[in-house]
Design a protein around this ligand. Structure first.
Ligand SMILES: [Fe+2]
Length: 381
């Protein structure tokens, strides 16, 4: 039986090398009133000169520009609140998210919660419904990995240091600009980690409990693109064909898991971030490496398609070694041995409220006993 599904509508997605130069046209199309723009970005984008370029494009089009670009690393709820304060100070601004997944997550949530006066934390884990969006939003990724530009969630760290999420149709932007040139300054290790995150999204989407024919189609092509282009993007950062392939892989994977959700590798990955601060892309790649073979036993048809998309024989048991080989080729350190993570603590957190939905969406049902076994496998790679 095909799972029932909702495929969330995203506004216009525009792709092209140097497409960013036309963003004033996008703003003109969206504007109903006002000419202010709030750009929410991050330190890496500032260092790469991309923020200055966007500021120039916006100024030349006669717009007032306010910038929040203090983000570095994983965002905290307070960062979302600071960004929302800047948004509230402007009159009917368009909110532009420009950066990696963290910047886009902050931009998506700040633009929406600016319509009310609650802090971001009040919306964590759907504790309160999100306000209906009144501001126009454009998301412009500068990394290829999270797919945040097309997903309905925003992830941030709460006051207790736990990685939590806000979720809702309200978080989808009006426009997405995919400009592969913006990703060419991303260092090799971040290209590798974010690219693997995209692959994990795709693999989890097309094997999860909530998979459906639309998400399968998108996810399997994302895996093919990732297999084809990730290593070149790492080795030749200026290769626009490889960068285009990865950026599209990331967005396709985002569209896929935006409807299916992610699964156990993300439950483990979020728990690893909370316990030991392991960066997201590396954490989910290690987690999927640890559990892929175990998962494949339960769903041969889905995982044989994954194996084939990864360039291996169309056999479920070939998916795990193909994914492991790709991780090794990227140069990402697969071992958590030096981190001294207690598997029981990890398993407890995998089953916690914020990570449980991902665990329950996994290809293979996971009991508490299984969670401990998978935690052991993850920390002992
Ligand atoms: Fe992810």
């Amino acid at each position: 039986m095909i799972n029932p599904f909702d495929f969330p509508g995203v506004g216009v997605i525009s792709f092209g090398v140097d497409r960013i130069e036309k963003m004033a046209d996008d703003l003109a199309d969206l504007e109903e009133k006002g000419t202010a723009v709030v750009v929410i970005s991050d330190a890496g984008v500032t260092r790469a000169g991309i923020l200055d370029r966007v500021r120039r494009i916006l100024k030349e089009s006669g717009r007032d520009v306010a910038v929040f670009a203090d983000l570095e690393g994983e965002p905290r709820g307070e960062s979302v609140d600071e960004a929302a304060t800047i948004v509230r100070r402007c009159e009917n601004p368009c909110v532009v998210g420009l950066g990696g997944g963290s910047a886009l997550d902050v931009a998506k949530l700040a633009a929406v919660i600016a319509g009310d006066d609650r802090p971001a934390e009040d919306y964590a884990l759907c504790a309160h419904p999100l306000p209906k969006p009144v501001l126009k939003r454009i998301m412009i990724p500068t990394t290829a990995g999270t797919g945040s530009e097309v997903t309905r969630n925003s992830i941030f760290i709460n006051r207790e240091g736990r990685k939590v999420w806000a979720w809702g149709q309200e978080l989808l932007p009006d426009r997405v600009i995919l400009d592969p040139r913006l990703t060419t300054s991303l260092p090799a290790h971040l290209t590798a980690a974010s690219g693997l995150d995209a692959l994990v999204h795709a693999i989890e989407a097309c094997t999860s409990q909530q998979r459906n024919p639309l998400s399968d189609t998108l996810a399997l092509h994302a895996i093919r693109l990732g297999k084809q282009h990730l290593l070149t993007a790492i080795e030749k950062p200026g290769d626009l064909t490889a960068r285009s392939g990865m950026l599209l892989a990331s967005t396709l994977a985002g569209l896929a898991f935006g409807t299916t959700g992610t699964a156990a590798a993300h439950s483990i990955g979020h728990a690893l971030a909370t316990i030991a601060g392991i960066p997201h892309g590396r954490a989910v790649a290690i987690a999927l490496d640890a559990i892929l073979g175990w998962n494949a036993e339960a769903s041969p048809e889905a995982f044989s398609a994954v194996a084939e998309a990864l360039g291996a024989h169309k056999r479920a048991e070939d998916a795990a070694p193909a994914f492991r080989a790709l991780i090794q080729q990227t140069g990402i350190d697969r071992s958590l041995a030096g981190e001294e993570i207690d598997p029981e603590t990890l398993a407890t957190l995998m089953l916690a409220e914020e990570n449980r939905p991902m665990l329950d969406n996994n290809a293979r049902k996971i009991t508490a006993t299984d969670a401990l076994e998978l935690a052991r496998r993850t920390v002992s790679l």
